[in-house]
Design a protein around this ligand. Sequence first.
Ligand code: G3P
Length: 215
Amino acid sequence: MKLFIDTANLDEIKEAASMGILDGVTTNPTLLSREKMPFKQLLAEICKVVSGPVSAEVVALDAEGMVKEGEDLATIADNITVKIPITLEGLKAIKTLSDKGIMTNATLCFTSMQALLVAKAGATFVSPFVGRLDDISHYGMDLIQQIVTIYENYGFETEVLVASIRNPLHVVDSALIGADVATVPFKVINNLIKHPQTDLGLKSFLKDWEKVNKG
Ligand code: G3P
């Protein structure tokens, strides 16, 4: 399973990249709003740190405007992936941009039928928001299972990019179901690595190392 980081913070991206685990980055207007650097300059810097797909979202609401913004974003770097919300206009923009060979990430996905339609339109990725479904008492991971099954049934190449991840179990379940990608906040990446028994075991080894005859 590929791991992307869900942030626009350059320091977090560099830290995760240094661990050798990072396959890409996802941003959105909210994540970009937390950073001070001009967003196109920031996206260009991110694309220098990570060679994998870097998602940047359009804000136009009409297909023509989305395509125009998407083509502009795509000039920032070859690994820019244009994030398009799954609306009627978004579906048209996904089709147009995909036909132009521009990577697309269909975002704000909340149903398996949205995922089916964007796959038919040629989306590179689909981003089902599991955390926001959990937040309203729906099992977000059930949606991932449905989409993975439907894509396998019909051989769709669109990659399932699990988003809105809140905790390590979302990552565990994404991997067990067979999602292609999980985009993970920095805090959750750190929680994936940490375990108290690892820390205790290391402490115990180092304590006993003091007693080793070092010649
Ligand atoms: O990539 C989408 C993700 O950033 C949304 O996460 O926590 O705002 O639901 P969240």
